[in-house]
Design a protein around this ligand. Structure first.
Ligand code: ZEM
Length: 293
């Protein structure tokens, strides 16, 4: 088979200021539409859109991933794993209308970077250059992970994304944000108390709460704690596997270490399979706060 090559197309007319303008529009809209999902706001679901539009990547043939922006096609956005994500896509519709020169892959990933940073998470380096590919480039359904699994599955899944154990654990820490919704995934509840702030709370709760495997109202198994928090089986696998457990303890005790590893792993996730030409620009965006906005 012919190998799939995704070369970043760098638009020389655009500078960091053009992308910072889009960043600011997304950030301001997150701040304005704060009532979404019981006042959690749109940040978490924008992070999930960035992750799901990238998480279809397969290192075996370089297919899927964020490059082609194929989430915009029905085949991909109706994948049952993507239930509920249309809220994030609709949130971005007016942004795309205003800045229609940006590719969909760049927009989905920029939205996720913005959401992490505006939630007081780490700065994530971001590079433009994804190109809208035709519908024929859409990956088949079923490439996103299934939460009813243990450590072996998690390790194998992340290997397909070229992620090692540290990267896998760091990425899962994004579950500090948002919550699960019965109507989307068949799971119910948040992972912690501060679902709109990016912190290491996910790891602290994994270690410190009293977890009990229960069946929820939809008949699916999840771990529940007396405080009303939850963990997916794939989350709980991170304390059952001794190699993962060591990394969970490190991140629970050292938020800076989690932030550093999350920043590099998330950039890698969002860029999987893309070849960047030498000298391609790499941007670090200012938060609204940094700009006194
Ligand atoms: Zn999640 N995730 N995820 N994840 N995720 C959900 C929600 C969110 C898995 C998973 O099954 C689920 C990563 C990895 C994995 C976020 C970010 C990232 C939900 C709930 C499920 C079931 C969806 C719902 O009901 O609305 C599995 C099995 C994973 C790996 C094995 C990675 C990696 C992420 C980013 C780096 C976020 C932010 C949410 C919260 C969304 C929201 O609407 O609040």
């Amino acid at each position: 088979a012919v190998p799939i090559v995704h070369i970043a197309a760098v638009n020389k007319e655009r500078t960091i200021d053009d992308y910072q303008r889009i960043y600011n529009k997304i950030a301001e809209k997150i701040r304005e539409d704060d009532e979404y999902d019981g006042y959690i706001g749109y940040g978490p679901i924008l992070v999930r859109l960035g992750w799901h539009s990238s998480g279809t990547y397969n290192k075996e043939n370089n297919s899927g991933g964020s490059y082609g922006g194929t989430y915009r096609f029905k085949l991909e956005n109706t994948d049952p794993s993507n239930n509920g994500l249309q809220n994030a896509a609709h949130f971005l519709d007016p942004i795309y209308k205003e800045f229609n020169w940006i590719s969909h892959g760049d927009l989905y990933t920029l939205g996720a970077v913005c959401a992490v940073q505006e939630a007081q998470g780490p700065k994530i380096k971001w590079r433009p250059g994804r190109v809208d590919l035709p519908e024929s480039a859409t990956p088949e359904n079923g490439r996103l992970p299934d939460a009813v699994n243990g450590a072996d599955y998690v390790r194998n899944f992340y290997a397909r994304l070229k992620m090692n154990d540290r990267e896998a654990v760091a990425l899962t820490g994004a579950h500090c944000l948002g919550r699960t919704h019965l109507k989307n995934s068949g799971f119910d509840g948040p992972w912690g108390a501060a679902s709109s702030s990016f912190t290491n709370e996910f790891f602290v709760n994994l270690l410190n709460e009293q977890w009990k495997l229960e069946k929820n109202a939809a008949g699916n198994k999840q771990y529940d704690s007396p405080k009303g928090y939850m963990m997916l089986e794939t989350d709980y696998a991170l304390v059952q596997d001794p190699i993962y457990l060591k990394i969970v303890k490190e991140y629970a005790n050292n938020e800076a270490s989690f932030f550093k590893d999350f920043a590099s792993s998330f950039q890698k996730l969002l860029e999987n399979g893309i070849d960047y030409p030498k000298g391609a620009p790499e941007y670090v965006f200012k938060t609204l706060d940094d700009q006194d906005m």
